[in-house]
Write a protein of this length. Structure first.
Ligand SMILES: Cc1cc2nc3c(=O)[nH]c(=O)nc-3n(C[C@H](O)[C@H](O)[C@H](O)COP(=O)(O)OP(=O)(O)OC[C@H]3O[C@@H](n4cnc5c(N)ncnc54)[C@H](O)[C@@H]3O)c2cc1C
Ligand code: HEM
Ligand code: SF4
Ligand code: F3S
Ligand code: FES
Lengths: 570, 109, 269, 149
């Protein structure tokens, strides 16, 4: 089986949908565009984004592009590429308007203009929001808009298993249609990778179950370098025990963090910003409170602190935070109008990803990457809240356009040797014979998650990371021997779990190795054995290249075109 | 907007039936005397007022009932191509019944 | 409640002619949802069980199922709310079954596309190259925002009696979304959507059974949207419909505040 | 529409409730089943009208034929049947009135952002439906008494 299209878009999250709309739009619906997703298009993880999308919308009221840039650079602990930041702050207001014109229900001020709310690390209230379902509304607005275009072929629920590159040029992707069991090749002139992040390697995470880093892992195995993988963001407010996100908007609207003594403990750590300090700082503060015995304990070890919204009042909660109220009632039996919410830091975002240049182009000709899967180096060592959805929109648009223009200029699609597809098919369905393998994939995944939660979490140190590396490599061996009991090709989620786990393990290795090498503390990467930032040696990006023995690390420089690094204090 | 117009008629005939059948039932059950006796039946049949009422009742009832039936048949997933056939068939049935019934009402006496 | 009995629909297209129910007994835990139960079964009891899930917070719309004879999102159904320890889970009715608990929602997506679910603006140039934001008052927002809550889960379609007999009927989700866009001041495409909804398998097959709204997990109230769309179509047909004023672009505020300080560039540009 | 190369190969099991769903579709509360009743009474009335016209056709045979028919129809079985028709009519008429109003968007209230736990407009306005049912019950009782006495 083989399908040929002009532009292939891998992933239908915010970045993927935005790219698809842009590609269809700039080509006047002339290009044949395919959008491939492992879930039904509109189910992508981006629907979970709650709080907001950052953009300078109110320059008359004191905000400015420079200020947004400064906040982002400072938030990144000076690891962001500053030319990228500049492009970002210029483009994101346009995206807010574009979505507004495509029908999104942005929350409004009394005068009918777009409203914005405060967000962690931003010196101005610039998180544009639609209640607390920002990502949801953005996704559905883009999905709906995509329905305008006739020449978009959708591949819902097609699990992509590999990216084929030949001589540094993109060839195609192999995909397994879950609903029919078919395995086939999708060829194209250009590929846009927008396959999302990888925090499902942690047990306590805000992520969707389907966000397992496949895109990063496939690109990595296809020879594309991964950048800055050691930087994993922990969100301060994951709902205990599920990890479901309680949006930063809850603190933006004025919620308090309270320890078991009833104190607003952020006074000690970030007196000027309090609860709306950047995420790395708030998460560390919470962990310190918990580690020093000022949290509330739970038998399962998920000790927590309280997020108190009661003083906001029922009206404000119902108007601004309806989703988290619903979620807290449903999944923790707590109505935030009446009781504080139990929360603790949860794995939330991968700052790292596929290395791209400022236009989202990867080192392979014909492949672009954008959104969380990519690392264009906007977030550096710590992403500011609300900057990610904005990044997905901005670079979704850029790479959609670039890929479309490339495809329009290029003649034909190169042939692909059939044995590569057969090999991949054998690798995939070979598992199905493994009915008597001795390992259980769900156990392996659980072990990986427990390990990452324990050793590669908010506070890290040399010995823990060494131990983690050893364990990850052991898991990498063991996963080869898992059994797949399910023998069907149709909707075989047993096999899917195996493929996901392999991907997660590969990525975990790059994270652990990068973290081990980086002997400093910067942004989300905080080592107790190296507590200070080391600007002399470590103002540089980590690059991880695939090799059968394990990742090979290289480094690249940081673009500093506006501000020299200074001490980061809030 | 054909379907919308058809449905509007369904509503109008529904409201019409409410009054006509109300009157009809009142005359048939609640008025004094023996409503179904030959005398009272012929008496009503001779009055042009009742005659008109019956004819309207017929038209409204048939349209309303048959359009309702059409909706139900449409809902059995019949293909769009068969809709025309259905429409004509129901129209034919409606006209036939109307003809027969009008003949009774007008010619019985 | 120490233990839960799950009776789960199984169907493997290669092997079974008919779906059947398989019984699992699993330990219950505090705050557990039906989805948690299914995940427990999949990971610990029977690896071959198939179902959809993603966000596990009731926002992606993947996990619609028939739970104890009512269409629900599995991740949004705490076992406690069901008030029983016997739980029967089947694939969503009115959609073809692919396998086990996995229905094919393709018909829903196709119907949704057919009603033109996007802004058809008075000035498409402005729509595609915005110069300023449209102003939207609270009332204008409230006229449609409830309907924009739709997660496209298809529960309403599983509940609707007209969808049950008519696979061609547009159904509550698409019709509700048609109204969502018609009610948006930024949109002037109502006529085009009326035209789609006016087909023999269109809006008039809705008989206000209200089951769609009863089942909807996100408070969308498609039944209300559909009746309001009917009203608009009837008044349009009778030429009573008021032309709505298209949205206007917001003017920037007249007054401005001083800029917040930003540190000077320390690298020469 | 969906681009899956193999989706034409329809291995999926159809799973529609079909007419079965009129009788039992799940744990719905009221309106879902009022719909069924409205439909059944509508069809019943249509069937009745047809029979009614046939019966009336005997008029063409003159006074004797008519009186015979009426006598034949006055046995208790038909009286009960007639009561059922009147009952069906009363239900259909009252519920139909409600439907006309609500189909046209009256009495349902305005859309507004829902507050959890969600209550939709039909349930918010359920008192109207219940009032309709109460009037219906009263009418049915009245007609029953009227017929019996
Ligand atoms: C709970 C939560 C709340 C958040 N809130 C905010 C917020 O308020 N503001 C903000 O700015 N950011 C927020 N973020 C971050 C932001 O939502 C994400 O970074 C962003 O949505 C990522 O979008 P994406 O398009 O890159 O990827 P995703 O939305 O994750 O999409 C990935 C796509 O790739 C597809 N895919 C993956 N693997 C495969 C495969 N093997 N084969 C085929 N397809 C595949 C998936 O199906 C999916 O369609 C939040 C994140 C979380 C977890
Ligand atoms: C007394 C006044 C009546 C009123 C107010 C009334 C009202 C209605 C309404 C509003 C509908 C549309 C229901 C919907 O689409 O959901 C309807 C349907 C219907 N009516 Fe009536 N009606 C009345 C009398 C009758 C009579 C006398 C008959 C018999 C001929 C009849 C037969 C039907 C049928 C068959 C349907 C279709 C049912 C369905 O689609 O479910 N009605 N009625
Ligand atoms: S209207 Fe409600 S039930 Fe229907 S698809 Fe949308 S969210 Fe689901
Ligand atoms: S259940 Fe169906 S009949 Fe109408 S009100 Fe809802 S669409
Ligand atoms: S898993 Fe997303 S709605 Fe249930």
């Amino acid at each position: 089986m083989e399908a040929v299209h002009d532009v292939v878009i891998l992933g239908s999250g915010l970045a993927g949908l935005r790219a698809a709309v842009e590609a269809a739009r700039v080509s006047n619906d002339e290009l044949d565009i395919a959008i491939v997703s492992r879930v039904q298009l509109v189910r992508s993880h981006s629907v979970c984004a709650e709080g907001g999308t950052a953009a300078v919308m109110q320059p008359e009221e004191g905000d400015s592009l420079e200020l947004h840039a400064w906040d982002t650079v400072r938030g990144s602990d000076f690891l962001a590429d500053q030319d990228v930041v500049k492009r970002f702050v210029e483009e994101s207001p346009k995206e807010i308007l574009q979505l507004e014109h495509w029908g999104i229900p942005w929350s409004r001020r009394h005068d009918g203009r777009i409203n914005q709310r405060p967000f962690g690390g931003h010196s101005f209230d610039r998180a544009t929001f639609a209640e607390d379902k920002t990502g949801f509304f953005e996704m559905h607005t883009l999905y709906d808009t995509l329905q305008k275009f006739a020449r978009v072929t959708r591949y819902d629920e097609c699990y992509v298993t590999s990216i084929l590159v030949d001589n540094g040029v993109f060839q195609g992707i192999t995909a397994w249609a879950l609903t029919s069991g078919e395995f086939f090749l999708i060829k194209g002139k250009a590929l846009v990778i927008a396959a999302g992040g990888a925090c499902r390697m942690f047990a306590f995470t805000t992520y969707s179950l389907s966000a397992t880093g496949d895109g990063m892992a496939m690109a990595y195995r296809a020879g594309l370098p991964l950048k800055d993988m050691e930087f994993v963001q922990f969100h301060p407010t994951g709902l205990v025990p599920s990890g479901i996100l309680i949006t930063e908007g809850a603190r933006g609207e004025g919620g308090y963090l309270i320890n078991n003594k009833g104190e607003r403990f952020m006074e000690k750590y970030a007196p000027s910003k309090m609860e709306t300090a950047p995420r790395d700082i708030v998460s560390r503060s919470e962990m310190t409170e918990i580690l020093e015995g000022r949290g509330f304990s739970r038998p399962d070890g998920l000790d927590y602190v309280h997020l108190d919204l009661r003083h906001l009042g029922a009206d404000r909660i119902n108007e601004r935070l309806p989703l988290i109220r619903e979620v807290a009632i449903k999944l923790a039996s707590i109505d935030p109008i009446e009781k504080p919410i139990p929360i603790r830091p949860a794995a939330h975002y991968c700052m790292g990803g596929i290395r791209t240049d400022i236009d989202g182009a990867t080192p392979v000709e014909g492949i672009w990457a954008g959104g969380e899967v990519a690392c264009v180096s906007l977030h550096g060592a710590n992403r500011l809240g609300a900057n990610s959805t904005a990044e997905c929109l901005v670079w979704g648009k850029i790479i959609g356009e670039k890929a479309a223009r490339y495809a329009m200029a290029r003649g034909s699609v190169a042939p692909t040797p059939p044995q590569r597809i057969q090999e991949e098919e054998r690798r995939l369905f070979g598992w199905i014979g493994h009915g008597n393998g001795k390992e259980d994939v769900f156990l392996i995944r659980a072990e990986l998650q427990r390990l990452m939660d324990k050793n590669v979490s908010i506070y890290r140190n040399g010995p823990d990371l060494e131990a983690a590396l050893k364990k990850v490599r052991e898991l990498k061996q063991r996963v080869e021997h898992v059994r797949v009991v399910d023998t069907s090709r149709i909707y075989n989620t047993n096999l899917v779990a195996v493929l996901e786990t392999i991907n997660l393990i590969d990525l975990a290795e790059t994270i652990v190795l990068g973290a081990l090498a980086r002997t400093e503390s910067r942004g989300a990467h905080s080592r107790t054995d190296f507590p200070d930032r080391d600007d002399v040696n470590w103002t540089r990006h980590t690059l991880a290249y695939y090799s059968p023995e394990g990742p090979r690390l290289e480094y690249s420089s940081v673009n500093i075109s506006m501000w020299q690094p200074v001490e980061r204090k809030y | 907007m054909k379907e919308t117009r058809l449905k509007i008629l369904q509503y109008i005939t529904g409201i019409g039936l409410f009054f006509f059948i109300g009157a009809h039932l009142f005359a048939s059950y609640l008025s004094s005397g023996e409503p179904t006796s030959w005398e009272s039946v012929s008496e009503r049949a001779a009055s042009s007022g009742w005659l008109t009422l019956y004819l309207f009742l017929l038209i409204f009832g048939l349209y309303h009932g048959l359009h309702g039936l059409r909706t139900i048949i449409l809902e059995l997933s019949i293909p769009n191509s068969a809709v025309k056939v259905l429409d004509w068939a129901l129209l034919a049935i409606g006209v036939a019944i109307f003809g027969y019934a009008a003949y009774i009402v007008i010619n019985a006496f | 409640m120490q233990e839960l009995t799950f009776r789960v629909q199984r169907y493997n297209p290669g092997e079974n002619k008919e779906p059947y129910l398989q019984e699992f007994t699993i330990p219950s835990s505090q705050g557990m949802t039906v989805l948690d139960g299914l995940i427990y079964i999949k990971e610990n009891v029977d690896n071959t069980l198939s179902f959809r899930s993603s966000c596990r917070m009731g926002i992606c719309g993947s996990c619609g199922m028939l739970i104890n004879n009512f269409p629900m999102l599995a991740c949004h159904s705490p076992v406690e709310e069901l008030k029983t320890d016997r739980i029967e889970v089947r694939s969503l009715p009115n959609f073809p079954v692919i396998r086990d608990l996995v229905p094919s929602l393709d018909p829903l997506f196709a119907k949704h596309k057919s009603i033109k679910p996007y802004i058809i603006g008075p000035d498409m140039k402005e729509v595609e190259a915005p110069t300023s934001e449209y102003s939207q008052s609270r009332e204008e927002l409230e006229a449609y925002v409830q309907f924009a809550y739709c997660v496209k889960c298809g529960l309403c379609m599983a509940a609707c009696p007209s969808v049950a007999t008519d696979s061609l009927f547009l159904g509550p989700q698409p019709l509700g979304q048609a109204y969502r866009y018609c009610a948006d001041r930024r949109d002037i495409g109502a006529k085009e959507r009326f035209h789609v909804a006016d087909s023999p398998h269109g809006i008039w097959l809705c008989h206000l059974a209200g089951a769609c709204s009863e089942a909807c997990p996100k408070g969308v109230d498609p039944a209300l949207a559909i009746q309001l769309l009917k009203r608009a179509m009837v008044s349009d047909s009778l030429r009573l419909r008021k032309k709505k004023k298209p949205a206007s672009l917001a003017q920037p505020p007249a007054t401005s505040k001083p800029k917040i300080d930003v540190p000077e560039f320390t690298v020469t540009q | 529409m969906a681009g899956k190369p193999a989706s034409e190969e329809n291995r999926h099991l159809p799973n529609s409730l079909g007419i079965r769903g009129w009788v039992w579709a799940g744990r719905y509360t009221l309106e879902r089943y009022l719909f069924t009743l409205h439909r059944l009474t509508g069809l019943g009335l249509l069937a009745y009208i047809t029979l009614h016209l046939i019966a009336n056709g005997t008029r063409l045979g003159g006074e004797d034929a008519w009186t015979n028919t009426m006598e034949f129809l006055s046995n208790p079985g038909f009286r009960v049947g007639e009561y059922l028709v009147v009952a069906a009519f009363i239900f259909h008429a009252l519920n139909g009135g409600r439907l006309i109003l609500q189909h046209l968007g009256f009495t349902l209230g305005k859309p507004k952002p829902p507050v959890y736990p969600y209550v939709d407009s039909m349930r918010r306005r359920r008192p109207i439906t219940l009032a309709m049912l109460a009037v219906m019950a009263a009418l049915l009782l009245y007609v029953l008494i009227e017929i019996v006495t």
